[in-house]
Structures are given as structure tokens and as C-alpha cells.
Design a protein around this ligand. Structure first.
Ligand code: F6P
Length: 386
């Protein structure tokens, strides 16, 4: 009889609850016991689980602490989960898991609880941590055995750790998948907010500079710009080609005003850069619009409203179908199978090596730093150049 654990990690994203629900319900329907690891990598200590295999679903947090943080789930545990935003089993950006001692503790907690498989739902940071944990597993087990923290039998039984990654992030910044769980809901939130700003901008004939999240990724900003008809968008992946981007922006804004527009909307990704890779600041944009065009300008930073609210239908579906694939991947895994990441490519659920996705995601950041933007886009989406 299989035993499955589920965990969410890193910044919450709408649709994580759909993942947990789906792992629980599908896992149980496949004859598994399912455990939720509360508070992500932080909480995995102390629970006793009998049986030969435990699959943990991690939504970033409780793996290090264990104890009460690991709870057995049944059908009723996830009632109503589909429509709830965020993650009901909690999440954290777990600092101890970033240290080897923290990961050693997490490994001991897993082994002591009989868990040899984890489903981790989180962003690139969480999945990088998961991949590191998997790659170190051998050494961690040997170290635990050497220090007599686990028995020889446990060391033999838990020789391999299966980790399956589900990409939960509003940023849509993970390579090798077209879309991440939570990104579309967040985009809806941004569009609603920009629509609201639009009416007041129109009333006063004002300009608004709106900052959106996304960390080093401009997907939310770019898509929001298209979906709301913004006048100008700044994203990290395509910095303005000229030093004097202020003039380029003002020319566009002026032209739109001359055509009769009563409002000016500039959307800025929080990671936006100029061509020298210096951050482009919303207050500076405001000053430029005020001083050069005489526009009455306000700044709106959308902040964490972008992560809130009920998941849209797409994220409920994405979380549900990808989690079914994640459970199937755990059940099908062998010691030789590389840890998979469940993605979505060309409208199909895909399974790719987690290691490769993590490596490519880091290479994207390097390519942006070296201003090779075409390479960055190709690494994030290998079909980009096709
Ligand atoms: O990665 C998701 C994200 O919302 C980013 O877009 C943002 O930069 C960051 O997390 C904010 O993190 P925190 O919630 O820890 O402030």
C-alpha cells in the first residue's frame, strides 16, 4: 500500500489548493494513503507512518520541522479546496532548508516517517531546493547512517527519494513549461485592477504608472499590457533599446493623447531594466510623464492583491490535471527514473526531468544578465525560436 505526502512551498499561488485536493483524492482512489506536509519544507518532523511508501506533497515549508505538520488526509480534508485561493496547508520560504543541516534534518524526518516520495508544488526557488535535495539524497542518507541517526535497515529501505515537481508560481518564470499554476489567476487580478484604475484615469484624464509582480520575469506585465491596452510596457527580457527610453515612452504617450486618449497607462514589471541593466523605477517614470508631458500622474503598486482571490477555472483545471500526472509519475517511478517536473506544453500535460528545467531556468537569468535576450527567451521556452 502506497502512502503519499503533499506539500506546497514558496510564494503562494492560486491553484495550489487544486493540486493538494487532486493529489489527495486521486492518491486515495489509487489505494494510497495521503499526507499533507503543512507549512512547506519547514514542518516535516516526527509523524509515524506505517507501510512501504509515503508520497509527500510539499507546498513549501514544513519538511524541516515535522511533528504535527504532517497530517493524514481523507476525502473530507479537502472539501471546498478548489475555489479557495492561496494554499490552505500553508507555505513558507524556508531558510533552514537552504542549509545542508536543514536538509539533513528534513531527510531524517522523511525517513523516520516512512516517506520516500514527495510531490512539491512551488516556484523555481522551491523546485531548485527540491532538485538539490534529490541530488544530495545519497550523501544525506550516508551521513545520517554514519551519525547513527537512522538504522542500517532504514538506510537500505530509503536509498532513493522520488521527488515530483509541480510548478506553482504567479510569475510564469519556469523554463520547460508554457504556463505555471497561479499565473493566469494573477493576470486576471491585474486586469481587474487596471480596469479599475482606467475609470478614474479617464475621469481625471490622468496618467498611471502601474507596477506588477513577476520577479525577474515580464510575463505578467506583458500579458496585462496586451489585455488592458496599456500605452507602454517595461519588462526585464526586452529593455528599451535606446539610452533615452524616456523620450521613446513620451513619444508614444503623446501620440496616443493626440489621437484623443484621455488616459495614459504604463505597466512596469517589478524587475524591469534599462539597457545598462539598471532597474527602471516607477517614481522616475512618473516624474518624466509629469515634467515632459505635463500629465497629472499617479503611481499604483498592485502588490500582493495580485496573489489573492479565488483561482480562475484554468488554474483549477491545471492544478487538478497536473497533480494526477504527478501521482502517476510517483507510482511509475523507479530508482533509475530522474525526478520529473510536470509541465504544460502545447496544451498537453508533459513530464520532463526536473534537473533540466531547473538548470535551464538558471541559465535564463544568466542570459538576461549578459544581455542575450533572445537566448533567454529560447531557454525559457525552447520552441521560441521555431
Ligand atoms: O514569486 C512570486 C512573487 O509574488 C514575486 O512576483 C514577488 O517578487 C515575490 O513573490 C514577493 O514575495 P513575498 O511574498 O515574499 O514578498
Amino acid at each position: 500500500r502506497k502512502k503519499i505526502g503533499v506539500l506546497t512551498s514558496g510564494g503562494d499561488a492560486s491553484g495550489m489548493n487544486a493540486c493538494v485536493r487532486s493529489v489527495v483524492l486521486y492518491g486515495i482512489s489509487k489505494g494510497c494513503d495521503v499526507y499533507a506536509v503543512y507549512e512547506g519544507y519547514q514542518g516535516n518532523r516526527g509523524i509515524q507512518v506505517d507501510g512501504e511508501c509515503v508520497l509527500g506533497v510539499v507546498v513549501d515549508g514544513s519538511l524541516v520541522d515535522g511533528g504535527d505538520y504532517i497530517r493524514k488526509m481523507d476525502w473530507r480534508s479537502v472539501t471546498g479546496y478548489l475555489s479557495i485561493g492561496g494554499t490552505s496547508i500553508g507555505t513558507a520560504r524556508c531558510m533552514p532548508f537552504k542549509t545542508r543541516e536543514g536538509r539533513l534534518q528534513a531527510a531524517e524526518n522523511l525517513i523516520k516517517n516512512g516517506i520516500d516520495s514527495l510531490i512539491v508544488c512551488g516556484g523555481d526557488g522551491s523546485l531548485t531546493g527540491a532538485d538539490l535535495f534529490r541530488s544530495e539524497w545519497d550523501g544525506l542518507v550516508r551521513e545520517l547512517r554514519g551519525a547513527d541517526r537512522i538504522t542500517q535497515e532504514e538506510a537500505t529501505t530509503f536509498k532513493h527519494l522520488t521527488i515530483v515537481g509541480l510548478v506553482g508560481s504567479i510569475d510564469n518564470d519556469m523554463s520547460s513549461t508554457d504556463i505555471t499554476i497561479g499565473a493566469v489567476t494573477s493576470l486576471h487580478r491585474i486586469c481587474e485592477a487596471v480596469d479599475s484604475v482606467d475609470t478614474t484615469a479617464l475621469s481625471h484624464s490622468r496618467a498611471f504608472v502601474i507596477e506588477v509582480m513577476g520577479r525577474h520575469c515580464g510575463w505578467l506585465a506583458l500579458m496585462a499590457g496586451i489585455a488592458t491596452g496599456a500605452d507602454f510596457v517595461f519588462i526585464p527580457e526586452q529593455p528599451p533599446s535606446e539610452d533615452d527610453w524616456e523620450t521613446a515612452m513620451c513619444t508614444v504617450a503623446r501620440r496616443h493623447r493626440d489621437l484623443g486618449k484621455r488616459k495614459t497607462i504604463i505597466i512596469v514589471a517589478e524587475g524591469a531594466l534599462d539597457r545598462h541593466l539598471k532597474p527602471i523605477k516607477v517614481d522616475h517614470i512618473k516624474d518624466v510623464l509629469t515634467d515632459r508631458l505635463g500629465l497629472d500622474t499617479r503611481v499604483t503598486i498592485l502588490g500582493h492583491t495580485q496573489r489573492g482571490g479565488s483561482p480562475c477555472a484554468f488554474d483549477r483545471i491545471l492544478g487538478t490535471v497536473q497533480s494526477i500526472a504527478a501521482v502517476d509519475a510517483v507510482l511509475a517511478s523507479t530508482p533509475e527514473t530522474p525526478s520529473p517536473m510536470i509541465g504544460m506544453n502545447n496544451n498537453k500535460v508533459t513530464t520532463k526531468p526536473l534537473m533540466d528545467a531547473v538548470r535551464l531556468t538558471h541559465q535564463v537569468a544568466e542570459a538576461i544578465e549578459s544581455q542575450n535576450f533572445e537566448k533567454a527567451m529560447a531557454l525559457r521556452d525552447p520552441q521560441f525560436l521555431d
